[in-house]
Write a protein that binds this ligand. Structure first.
Ligand code: SF4
Length: 323
């Protein structure tokens, strides 16, 4: 298992047991289709494309974090039904959920086939993690288990669009040290509903209430991701609304993500001066803010750029795997 594969013979099992294991389980990792890399001062940001057993493809991104540390951004679904308008995956629709093994396999391929020294895992690739709660939770348990990948919970982050039922379920799992971040992107209901259709069903007040209740530990700090879209959500009033939303949440850290135009851009990428101005407004409201450095944009590996919308059409020709 440590080398990314399970070999029953190496455990000294008899031939009958090995045959039984092999007839019941598959030990194959998904096919590695492509790796695209974008080098900058931080190191290489690399996107890998894996082909699953039913022919669908899934993408994961290895992100350099400095000091030789890397985070793997894993996918939890093929496509996504949330339809956020700034996101390439959202344009695919949901093709299917990933199974627990398909989620874990992304880390195994990254570490053992590609040799990437992954330290942290963030569920922020293709799909809404809490919309595939059962398999994501099992994957978290395997990643965390000493007999699995033995990764501390503090090295795992679940990112959600604001799936309130999922946040409440997560709170009941006893995962005290896992990290949670939400994609906010607008802190008034009408704009957020335009950008993120989930807000038509779940208003900000309901999301805020669920986040106020979510307190897995005393020093928990919620990540609040804000994708800055020039001309859309970057006014002083928008910054003020973000501060009002965060104020009752306890500790919150805003991750400001400059918009990465995809194949059908909503707007342009923000200028550095626009980013700094918005960060200044948030800080003036007393919010801690960190700017997410854009990595992997040229290989469509940056936030919001994963996925292949044409897969939605191709899906009709592929066999279906029940999940
Ligand atoms: S941003 Fe996340 S939740 Fe929204 S459509 Fe894209 S993958 Fe889905």
């Amino acid at each position: 298992m440590l080398e990314g594969r399970f070999d029953p013979e190496s455990l000294g099992l008899g031939p009958g047991s090995c045959r039984a294991w092999r007839s019941e389980f598959s030990f194959e990792l998904p096919e590695l289709v492509a790796v695209h890399s974008d080098e900058d001062d931080w190191g290489a940001t690399s996107k890998m494309v894996l082909r699953l057993s039913d022919g669908l493809e899934v993408e994961s991104v290895c992100i350099p974090m400095g000091h030789g540390r890397y985070t793997l951004c894993v996918s939890s679904q093929v496509g996504c039904k949330m339809g956020c308008v700034f996101c390439e995956t959202g344009r695919m629709g949901l093709l299917r959920q990933l199974t627990t093994d398909e989620i874990i396999a992304q880390l195994l391929v990254a570490r053992h086939r590609l040799g990437w020294p992954i330290r942290n895992v963030v569920f922020m690739g293709m799909g809404e993690a809490l919309d595939n709660f059962e398999h994501v939770l099992r994957a978290v348990r395997v990643l965390n288990d000493e007999a699995g990948l033995a990764m501390g919970q503090e090295r795992l982050t679940i990112c959600t669009v604001g799936h309130v039922e999922g946040i409440r379920l997560l709170a009941q799992q006893g995962l005290k040290r896992i990290n949670l971040s939400i994609s906010l992107n607008a802190a008034n209901d009408s704009l957020r509903a335009e950008l993120m259709p989930i807000n038509r069903r779940t208003k900000l007040a309901e999301l805020q209430a669920a986040l106020i209740e979510y307190k897995p530990r005393r020093n928990f700090a919620l990540g609040v991701n804000y994708c800055l879209l020039p001309g859309i959500n970057d006014t002083l009033a928008d910054a003020h609304a973000v501060a009002e939303f965060c104020e009752p949440l306890g500790r919150a850290l805003v991750n400001l993500i400059p918009y990465n135009p995809g194949s059908m851009p909503l707007t342009r990428a923000p200028e550095e001066s626009e980013i700094e101005r918005f960060i200044g407004w948030l800080r003036a409201e007393g919010l801690p803010v960190r700017q997410r450095v854009t990595k992997g944009r040229s290989v469509m590996a940056a936030c919001g750029q994963l996925g292949n919308p044409s897969a939605r059409r191709e899906r009709r020709t592929l066999p279906t795997v029940p999940v």
